[in-house]
Design a binder for this molecule. Structure first.
Ligand code: DGP
Length: 116
């Protein structure tokens, strides 16, 4: 059994977060340490620790991350200019919280993707 993270508490509204969207499958809230004017994390309500743990039965929820990212980008007014979606995996990917999350980052030119 995977261990819950602070994100499970955010989903259940047990700790405060700036939640911008929630439905039966996913929750989206503003990153506590924003790297750009818009920085939202979109997560499955179900605990999936990393992309290595995604199973075929998760395809619906993983697809929902993208349709919600599209909606939030529109709501934030950054869809036209563009933005970046990032999913980090494990230590080499820079993952800090082991509840899979998609970063939606935008609101300024982000430059080329960093590999360092
Ligand atoms: P990653 O490195 O991909 O695992 O990113 C984790 C992100 O989660 C990081 O940008 C900061 C954010 N974060 C961590 N703890 C909290 C929290 O308690 N609340 C919110 N809103 N964001 C958090």
């Amino acid at each position: 059994m995977a261990e819950e993270t602070i994100f499970s508490k955010i989903i259940r509204k047990e700790i405060p977060a700036d939640v911008v969207y929630q439905d039966d499958l996913v929750t989206a809230f503003r990153d506590i340490n924003p790297r750009a004017p818009s920085h939202v994390l979109i997560i499955p309500n179900k605990l999936i620790p990393t992309t290595n743990d995604v199973e075929p039965e998760d395809e619906l929820v993983m697809g929902r991350l993208f349709t919600v990212a599209k909606k939030i980008a529109q709501d934030e007014g950054i869809a036209e200019d563009g933005y970046r979606l990032i999913v980090n995996c494990n230590p080499h990917g820079g993952q800090e919280v082991y509840h899979i999350h998609m970063h939606l980052v935008g609101g300024r030119p982000l430059g080329p993707m960093l590999l360092s």
